[in-house]
Every structure is written in structure tokens, then in C-alpha cells.
Design a protein around this ligand. Structure first.
Ligand code: TYD
Ligand code: MG
Length: 454
């Protein structure tokens, strides 16, 4: 009988068809273990021979009441959660070390606890005294949060079982140690085992569990990536080190919209909510300068205006530089190619730098046109009108595609004092009083509109 057994490296998670002493993927020794699939090998015989019990099936029309939710009172967090915390849900909050995850979760724990949710905060990274000191500095010392500094998963689960909290925060999953798994804390198998134990505990005992996970810039080490499919909700806490802004982004949410963001500012007294992110992102904008364009974007359910900055300069290199911060490098290359092929505007021999101001990251295709505007403005050394926002997707043919939620974008622009907008023609027309809307059908038309005959 053909064997379909697979072998997995317990350190990096790579799988192989045969055993070897050293993992070819990560180079670790003695980490490859055999994983017998349930449906193959000797196990399938016993599965077939012994009948399981029938699973009850239901139909899709069964009435379901939406889960009751608990609000933290931190509007930015509640919105990212999809309208508050769902009971018995498992969440993962990932982010670079030092970005502010512990601060965010301690503040959230305090708010939830004050709202009557029985909350336990387990720190595997800091001593209880350190967490208490931080709480005092944040003015949260009186919040009824129960605290523990522990890494032994068995002890933690026993404690939670006895304590019966409604919310347990585990900071961080990388420090947890399951004694039934034979590898070091932080390795993929430990992280996976600990996350599995904690998420099943959440469902079984009706406890919401929030796991903190560190990721490096490269997304490597035993990152929480393996954990992402085990949990209901994955939030990423991101930001640039030099900036005060922190963005909490839902990348997966079984109980609400993904792509929703919450904006915070790191202050001396912890994280403060930013209720008007557009104003914040545009606050550093001075006089109109060449290379600057304002993009009217949508993040989740909310419009957000951000400034795109481009710099174009003759390159001393044979291969000119293309550097992007906060946007997709492949997409930038595409826009440069379209500008060259469809509008006859070459960027060969020029270094191109693109930056999204304020440490924001954007992924919307609707940013294309604003990127093109910033690039052209930098190349022509001509500032765009200061009171104009730009949005729209560019296709490879040079045609412009309308962006969703045109009206919301325009309203936000008008709210922040902009008086003009340039957007693709077609799609739902949204007009907002006090805002002159120019519509372009293709990139050549847009270039002509903004920079004269191009
Ligand atoms: P922390 O929450 O410990 O980060 P993480 O858990 O993601 O590793 O936050 C660390 C940084 O936040 C630290 O460099 C100091 C800064 N910070 C403030 O600026 N203000 C504050 O009130 C607090 C608590 C932290
Ligand atoms: Mg921390």
C-alpha cells in the first residue's frame, strides 16, 4: 500500500515526503517528525472499522440571534472588533516588538474590566510589578483586572478554569510553554500547540481569549502566522517607529468587516484615540510643494485622507532606484510603466521615491491616480493645487476605473476644507456641494487636465 505519510519540521513548519536528520528549509537538526494524516495509513482502518456517532445537521435558515457584544468604550478598538468583543471568541493581536501591543491591551483590559467584564491579564514577558507600574503610569491602577506573570500553559489553563474569567489576555503567545511539546518556547510547534490549547479553551469554557504575537519585519521566526487560521479575528498593530501614530487593522474578522482600522496616538500617558485621522495625517502638510498629492481613501468603513509624497531625481546608477514606503512596490512599477507606455512620459534614468505621509500603509487600488499625480508633479516640478484631492484606479490600458464609495470620499474631503476633486468618470456619480468635481476618463486626459497639454 502506498504510504501518504508526511514529515514536518517542528521548528519551521516545512513539510517533506521523507524523513531526514536536518531540515532543508531552516537547517535545524532533529526537528523533522512524522505526521500521520487521519485519512491514511493504519489509522484509516480503525476509523473505518469503528463507527463514529452521527453529527446533527441543520439548515441555513435556522434563526440565529447575533452574538451579544461587550464594548470597551474605546471607540477605535470597538469598531475594529466589528462592534465590540464577542463572547468565547479568540483574537490575535500581532505587531512588531515595541510597537505598543502590551500598552494597548492593558488599556483595553482595564476598560473591559471597568465595564463589568471579568478580566485576567497574563504576562509572560514582564513581571507583575512591571505591569502594575505601567498600569499606574497609565492611570489604570484601580481597574479590577486580575494579573499574573506566568509562562507555563498548564498552570495558566488551570488558573483560568478556577477563576472563570470572561476575558483572558495572553501576552505573548511566543513566551508560552506547553510541557507536552518537546521544543523550546517560541518555536512553531510550541506556538501552535499553545494557540490550539487556548483557542479550544476559549470555545469550551466560554472565555474570550486575546493572544499577543510578535512578528518581525521579515515576518519570519515562529511568527503568529501559523496561529492566524486558528483564531476568529486577527488584528495587526502597526506604525513607524519615528511616528506617534499607531494603526490597529483587522486583517481577518469572523464577526465583522475586515480592513477596518482604528487610529491611535502614542503619548506619554499611553495610547490616545484619534477620532479624526484625516486631520492628523494632513497636519504635517505645509505649503503646496511639487511631488505632494492628497489621496481620498477608504479604510474599512471610514474615509481617510492621506498625503502621498514623491521625489524624482536624475539617477547616478545604471539601474535607477525605486523606493516605496507605505505602498506596494509592484504597483508603483506598474504605474510608471503605464505613464511611459500610454502617456509617453518616461522615468528611465530617474530615481523614484514614494512615501505615504504619517507612517500610514495603504493598499487600495484607488490610490493609483493620486500616486500618478504625485509622480508627475515631482517630475514636472510643479505643485498640484493645494485644495484638491485625487482618487481612482488606473488600468494597464491607461483607462481610469471608478472607485467605490465616491460620495464618502468627497464628503470627507469637503469636511476637511478641500474644494476640488479629480476622479474617474463613470460609476455612481456623487456630488457634494462646495466641491468642484473633475472627471477624467483616461490617464492622458488626467495629465492634460492637471498639467496643461502634458
Ligand atoms: P509596549 O506596549 O511595551 O510594546 P509591545 O508590547 O508591542 O512590545 O510599548 C513599548 C513602547 O511604548 C515603549 O517604547 C514606550 C512606549 N510607551 C509610551 O510612549 N507611552 C506610554 O505610556 C507607554 C506605556 C509606552
Ligand atoms: Mg509587550
Amino acid at each position: 500500500m502506498a504510504k501518504t505519510n508526511s514529515f514536518t519540521c517542528s521548528s519551521c513548519g516545512a513539510s517533506f515526503s521523507k524523513w531526514s536528520g536536518r531540515c532543508e528549509a531552516c537547517g535545524d537538526w532533529n526537528t523533522i517528525v512524522q505526521e500521520v494524516p487521519l485519512s491514511a495509513g493504519p489509522a484509516s482502518k480503525s476509523l473505518g472499522a469503528k463507527r463514529g456517532s452521527a453529527v446533527r445537521l441543520t439548515d441555513l435558515s435556522t434563526e440565529e440571534t447575533p452574538p451579544p457584544r461587550t464594548l470597551s468604550g474605546v471607540t477605535e478598538l470597538d469598531r475594529v472588533l466589528g462592534g465590540g468583543l464577542v463572547p468565547a471568541s479568540a483574537l490575535l493581536v500581532g505587531g512588531d516588538p515595541g510597537i505598543g501591543k502590551s500598552t494597548l491591551l492593558l488599556q483595553a483590559a482595564a476598560r473591559f474590566a471597568r465595564n463589568g467584564l471579568k478580566t485576567v491579564y497574563v504576562s509572560g514577558e514582564e513581571a507583575s510589578a512591571q505591569v502594575r507600574m505601567r498600569a499606574q503610569r497609565l492611570g489604570l491602577a484601580d481597574a479590577p483586572v486580575k494579573l499574573a506573570a506566568e509562562t507555563n500553559l498548564r498552570d495558566i489553563l488551570t488558573t483560568l478554569e478556577a477563576e472563570k474569567p470572561e476575558l483572558a489576555i495572553i501576552d505573548s503567545i511566543q513566551t508560552m510553554w506547553a510541557d507536552n511539546v518537546d521544543s523550546a518556547p517560541g518555536s512553531v510547534s510550541q506556538v501552535r500547540a499553545a494557540a490550539h490549547e487556548l483557542t479550544t479553551f476559549a470555545k469550551r469554557r466560554n472565555v474570550s481569549v486575546i493572544l499577543v504575537g510578535h512578528v518581525t519585519k521579515e515576518g519570519q521566526i515562529a511568527g503568529p502566522r501559523v496561529v492566524e487560521h486558528m483564531v476568529d479575528t486577527v488584528l495587526y498593530f502597526e506604525g513607524e517607529r519615528g511616528h506617534q501614530f499607531r494603526i490597529l487593522r483587522a486583517v481577518k474578522n469572523r464577526f465583522g468587516p475586515a480592513d477596518e482600522i482604528g487610529v491611535f496616538e502614542m503619548t506619554g500617558r499611553g495610547l490616545a484615540e484619534v477620532t479624526n485621522p484625516s486631520a492628523l495625517f494632513l497636519s504635517e502638510r505645509g505649503q503646496p510643494t511639487p511631488g505632494s498629492a492628497v489621496f481620498a481613501g477608504i479604510e474599512g468603513t471610514r474615509p481617510v485622507l492621506v498625503e502621498l509624497q514623491a521625489l524624482v531625481a536624475p539617477s547616478p546608477h545604471s539601474q535607477p532606484r525605486r523606493t516605496v514606503v507605505g505602498w506596494d512596490g509592484g504597483r508603483l512599477a506598474m504605474i510608471l510603466a503605464v505613464l511611459e507606455a500610454r502617456c509617453g512620459i518616461p522615468f528611465a534614468g530617474l530615481d523614484v521615491y514614494l512615501n505615504v505621509a504619517g507612517g500610514m500603509k495603504i493598499s487600495e487600488p484607488a490610490a493609483d491616480l493620486a500616486v500618478a499625480a504625485a509622480l508627475l508633479s515631482a517630475r514636472e516640478d510643479t505643485a498640484l493645487p493645494a485644495d484638491t484631492v485625487v482618487f481612482g484606479e488606473i488600468s494597464l490600458s491607461g483607462a481610469l476605473r471608478p472607485a467605490p464609495q465616491t460620495e464618502n470620499r468627497l464628503k470627507e474631503a469637503q469636511k476637511l476644507g478641500f474644494t476640488a476633486a479629480i476622479a474617474p468618470a463613470g460609476g455612481k456619480s456623487g456630488t457634494v456641494s462646495g466641491l468642484a468635481l473633475t472627471r477624467a476618463t483616461d490617464l492622458t486626459g488626467f495629465v492634460g487636465e492637471v498639467f496643461g497639454a502634458g
